[in-house]
Design a protein around this ligand. Sequence first.
Ligand code: TXA
Ligand code: MG
Length: 310
Amino acid sequence: MDTIRLRADPDGIARAADLLARGALVAFATETVYGLGADATNGTAVAGIFEAKGRPSFNPLIVHVGSVESARDIAEWSDTADRLAAAFWPGPLTLVVKLANASALSPLVTAGLPSVAIRMPDHGSAQALLHRFGRPVAAPSANPSGRISPTTADHVLAGLSGRIAAVLDDGPCPVGVESTIVALTDRPRLLRPGGLPAEAVEEALGRALAPPTDDITAPGQLASHYAPRATIRLGATTARPGEVHLGFGTVAGDLSLSPSGDLREAAANLFGHLHTLDALGRPIAVAPIPETGLGRAIADRLRRAAAPRP
Ligand code: TXA
Ligand code: MG
């Protein structure tokens, strides 16, 4: 299969929606990372995601919607979900809620769980695609399983070319790390730190979020989920011989996540820089990153990248 690169104009969006309707896989830009999209109501199409990614089949996928109304169609929508959606959608927040009884979703999307992860991306071409397509789109990050999430169409093609129908190219992703995932099936719980600071969610809820668990229902928590091929050493103020050094702030390194120490800039650069350094085939040393706000998400990604492979 030749993977087509589509431009994010009305014609490209129409062609992407048509491919999705025919059960094909289309990668598309969102504000966080590129997603590998399939029609969430078409089990064969969804199975294709796992095949293309080589992803373990127990990982449930995030469902992307163009409106809160679409979320209500597939979930048992609560007042808390309503409050968080009103505050943060569209945006980099995924809500895990109870699956509706009569949901049209393929069960493969939720890996058989009674809950579903939903988000509304804050991104022009993703929104246009969702509206044009008219059905929910299941989309994990558009990378082979266990590899770094893609923040450009070139990253997508480097990992998945020949395995997916198309990529809707809309340039680099502005946020650069995945969405924050909050489960509302019980007491509100942070499942994955991400592009929206957890503190903002806590402020909107008026209460603290319960911490992540290592439960199988959150396999994104698996330690090496974000592993590049190179080995990674964290908290490195200097590089050792043979290492390539990823800098931050006053630690310049060979390439810096943010010379001025700006965490937003660092998040936007994170996967791109890891891709660049991973391609050199040398061990990577990473400068210390403060763990506040977006820094928590960055540190979380880096710790996963540094964890030993299973
Ligand atoms: O920013 C993002 O969230 C990107 C873009 C493409 O939207 N998507 C993304 O999807 O990161 P993925 O598949 O790489 O991550 C999905 C995460 C996994 O950690 C998975 O375990 C969790 O969502 N998840 C999905 N459904 C769940 C559920 N029902 N209960 C608990 N966790 C769930
Ligand atoms: Mg992923």
